[in-house]
Design a protein around this ligand. Structure first.
Ligand SMILES: [Zn+2]
Ligand SMILES: [Zn+2]
Length: 609
C-alpha cells in the first residue's frame, strides 16, 4: 500500500481540486491507469464489504460495460479481501483509509462524486445513495464514450485496451431533481439511471439508488380537503367566486384556519404512511376559481399576487410538519393565477416553489423571445430566484393538443435549462409526451433533456448529432436535414409557438411539408435494407403524415378530399399501420386515442382503413 500512498501524494500535490458543480478535471499527461490491456483485465473492482445496493449495482454495471467494450471481465472483490494489484475502488471503502486523500463526503451530498485516477488506482467515491453509480456512468460516458440513447439503442465503443488518464474530478449536479417526463425514456429504469435522471416517474429501483419520490404529485387541493366530504356542511372551506362559495371546480379558501388544520392533519398522515416519499404536494387544482373571500382578497391585494393566500396556507403546513418530518418538503405550484412572486411573504425553507412556464412560447429561448408571455415569465423567474431557496420548474416541450405535430424547440432546450440554473433553479420537470410512446422525436427529446438536466453545460448539438447518427444510422444525414428544415421558420422573431400549437401553426409552411416528403423518401431509401432502422424513420414520418392529413381535413369539411387528393387514403392507411405497429396509442394529451382518431379519418375519407 505504501507505493500507492507515495504516488498519490506526488500526484495530488499537482492537482487543483475542483468544487461546486463544474466539471473541470485536472489532467497530468503521461500517467494512465490501465483497466484492460489487449483484452486482458489489469485490475479489480473493489466494493465495500457491506455496501448499499446501488454501489453493488455500480460495480456490476462497470464490469458489464467494460466487458462489452473489450471482452475482458474485471473481477469484483470486497474491501474485506487484501489488496491485489491495481484497483478501481468504489463507494465508502475501507481502502480509502490507507490513502492520503480526503473525500469531502458532505460536499458530495446524495448524488455528487469524486473521480480520482492515478496510475495505480481509480477511486469513484460518491455520496449516497446515487453518487457512486453516477460516478461509474461518468467514467463510462464522459471518459470512455459510452452512450445510452434509448432503452434499446446504445453506443458502446469497442476497444482492446482501456485506459484513463490521471485526473481528479468532482461533479455535483446543479439540479437536485431531474425529470425528463417522456414515456420513451421514463419507462426504463436502467436508461434513466444511465442518463442520471432521478425524477418521480422514472422507473428506478433500489439498485439504482431510488429517486426523488413525490406523494401527491400535483393539483392536490381536492384530495386534501374533498368538496364531496365537506362542502355541504362547510361551504366556507372552499372558493368564494363572485360572492358565492362554489363546490364544482373549486379551490380551497387558503386563509381559513380550519382548512389549514385539515390540510396539516392530512399531510402529516401522508408523511407517516409514505416514508419513502420526500416531497408532498399542497397545490391548487388545475383550473382558476381562486377564493375571493374578503380575507383571501385582502392578502392577495397586499402581496400583489394570488400567491399571497396560497403561500399563507403552504407556509403554515410547512411550519407544522418540520419538527416531526425534518427531511420532508412541501411543494406548491406557482402556476397561472399564482405565478407572480409575492411582495413581502417568503417561502419557508422546507417549501419548494414549482414555477410553471405554461403560457410561454417554446420556439425561442425564454430570454430572447420578444413575446409578452416570455418577457413576463422571465420577470417572474427573476423574482422567485431572489426570494426562494428551493425553486423548481415545471417546463413544457411538446404540443399537448397534437403530440405528433412538428414542434421545433430542440434549439431552446439548452438555453432554457441554463437560464433556469443561472436563476437558482434546482429542480426541473420537463413535461413531454407521457401518455403514449413515439410522439414527435420523443426518443431524441428524452435523451437531450436527460443530458442537459444532468449537466446543463453539456453540448446540446453533440447530443443531437450523436443521437441521430446512432438511432437513424444511414438515414441520419436526412433526419438532420429534416430537423434543420422544421427549425427554420421559427428563426423569425415573430413566429411563436405555444404548447397547444397545431398543424395549422405558422411555424409550418406548405413548402416545408413538400420538402419534408422528399427528405423522408430519401431517408427511407437510405435504410431500405435495414428493417429496424427503416421503422424508426417511418415513425418519425408520422409527424408529416399527421400534419398533411389534419391540414387537409380542417380545410375540407365537405369530404371531397378523397377525390381531390388520391394519395390521402394511402397516406392515412400507412399512418395508422405504422402508429398501431409501434404502440402509438394517443395523438394528444387527453381524450385522444389513435383508435378514435382513426374513426374520425375514416369518416372524413368515407372509407375503411
Ligand atoms: Zn378565502
Ligand atoms: Zn417566441
Amino acid at each position: 500500500m505504501q507505493f500507492l500512498k507515495n504516488s498519490l501524494i506526488i500526484l495530488l500535490a499537482l492537482f487543483v481540486i475542483t468544487s461546486g458543480c463544474a466539471r473541470k478535471p485536472s489532467l497530468i499527461m503521461g500517467d494512465y491507469f490501465i483497466i484492460v490491456k489487449n483484452g486482458t483485465p489489469q485490475c479489480s473492482i473493489v466494493i465495500p464489504e457491506n455496501c448499499i445496493p446501488s454501489v453493488k449495482y455500480a460495480s456490476e454495471e462497470l464490469q458489464k460495460f467494460i466487458k462489452e467494450m473489450s471482452g475482458a471481465e474485471i473481477p469484483i472483490i470486497t474491501d474485506a479481501s487484501p489488496v491485489q494489484g491495481k484497483e478501481i475502488i468504489l463507494g465508502k471503502s475501507k481502502r480509502l483509509e490507507n490513502i492520503d486523500y480526503k473525500i469531502d463526503w458532505e460536499n458530495l451530498g446524495e448524488e455528487g462524486y469524486n473521480l480520482l485516477v492515478t496510475k495505480d488506482n481509480i477511486i469513484i467515491a460518491g455520496g449516497e445513495p446515487r453518487g457512486t453509480l453516477y460516478g461509474v456512468y461518468g467514467v463510462l460516458d464522459d471518459h470512455l464514450g459510452c452512450r445510452w440513447f434509448t432503452p434499446t439503442v446504445s453506443r458502446i465503443p469497442k476497444m482492446e485496451t482501456i485506459a484513463l488518464p490521471a485526473l481528479n474530478e468532482i461533479f455535483i449536479p446543479p439540479l437536485e431533481y431531474r425529470e425528463p417526463f417522456t414515456m420513451d425514456g421514463f419507462i426504463d429504469g436502467d436508461w434513466c439511471a444511465r442518463n442520471r435522471a432521478n425524477g418521480n416517474t422514472c422507473r428506478l429501483e433500489e439498485k439504482h439508488g431510488s429517486k426523488i419520490i413525490y406523494y401527491g404529485f400535483v393539483h392536490t387541493f381536492d384530495a386534501l380537503v374533498p368538496p364531496e366530504k365537506y362542502f355541504d356542511t362547510h361551504p366556507e372551506y372552499f372558493s368564494m367566486v363572485d360572492g358565492k362559495r362554489i363546490k364544482e371546480r373549486t379551490q380551497l379558501c387558503c386563509t381559513n384556519e380550519e382548512v389549514i388544520q385539515l390540510v396539516i392533519e392530512e399531510v402529516k398522515k401522508w408523511m407517516r404512511e409514505h416514508p419513502e416519499a420526500k416531497v408532498f404536494s399542497v397545490s391548487q387544482n388545475d383550473w382558476y376559481n381562486f377564493c375571493q373571500c374578503p380575507k383571501c382578497s385582502a392578502l392577495a391585494t397586499a402581496e400583489d399576487s394570488q400567491m399571497g393566500p396560497l403561500l399563507y396556507l403552504v407556509n403554515s403546513v410547512a411550519r407544522a410538519v418540520r419538527d416531526e418530518f425534518p427531511d420532508k418538503v412541501i411543494d406548491t405550484l406557482a402556476y397561472q393565477w399564482s405565478r407572480k412572486p409575492p411582495k413581502t411573504m417568503r417561502p419557508e425553507p422546507n417549501v419548494i416553489i414549482r414555477l410553471c412556464s405554461i403560457e410561454c412560447c417554446f420556439a425561442h429561448p425564454f430570454e430572447s423571445c420578444v413575446s409578452k408571455q416570455n418577457r413576463d415569465f422571465v420577470k417572474d423567474v427573476e423574482g422567485w430566484s431572489q426570494i426562494c431557496n428551493r425553486l423548481w420548474v415545471w417546463d413544457y416541450v411538446t404540443s399537448f393538443s397534437h403530440y405528433l405535430v412538428p414542434f421545433p424547440n430542440l434549439e431552446v432546450r439548452a438555453p432554457n435549462i441554463r437560464f433556469f440554473v443561472k436563476h437558482n433553479v434546482t429542480g426541473i420537470f420537463e413535461q413531454d409526451t407521457y401518455t403514449t410512446l413515439h410522439g414527435e422525436f420523443n426518443e431524441l427529446s428524452a435523451y437531450l433533456n436527460a443530458k442537459l438536466l444532468w449537466d446543463p453545460a453539456y453540448d446540446d448539438k453533440l447530443a443531437i448529432t450523436e443521437f441521430v447518427d446512432a438511432f437513424y444510422e444511414d438515414a441520419g444525414p436526412y433526419i438532420m436535414e429534416y430537423l434543420k428544415l422544421i427549425h427554420k421558420p421559427t428563426q423569425k422573431r415573430e413566429i411563436h409557438m405555444n404548447i397547444w400549437v397545431g398543424p395549422n401553426g405558422k411555424h409550418i409552411t406548405p413548402d416545408m411539408l413538400k420538402q419534408a416528403e422528399i427528405i423522408f423518401d430519401k431517408a427511407e431509401n437510405a435504410v431500405a435494407d435495414n428493417p429496424e432502422v427503416l421503422e424508426r424513420v417511418k415513425v418519425a414520418r408520422l409527424s408529416i403524415d399527421y400534419t398533411i392529413m389534419e391540414r387537409a381535413r380542417k380545410r375540407d369539411t365537405d369530404m371531397k378530399m378523397k377525390n381531390e387528393d388520391p394519395t390521402m387514403v394511402s397516406r392515412a392507411k400507412r399512418f395508422f399501420e405504422i402508429a398501431e405497429r409501434n404502440n402509438v396509442t394517443q395523438y394528444r394529451e387527453s381524450n385522444g386515442s389513435i383508435a378514435d382518431y382513426k374513426k374520425i379519418i375514416e369518416e372524413w375519407l368515407g372509407t375503411t382503413l
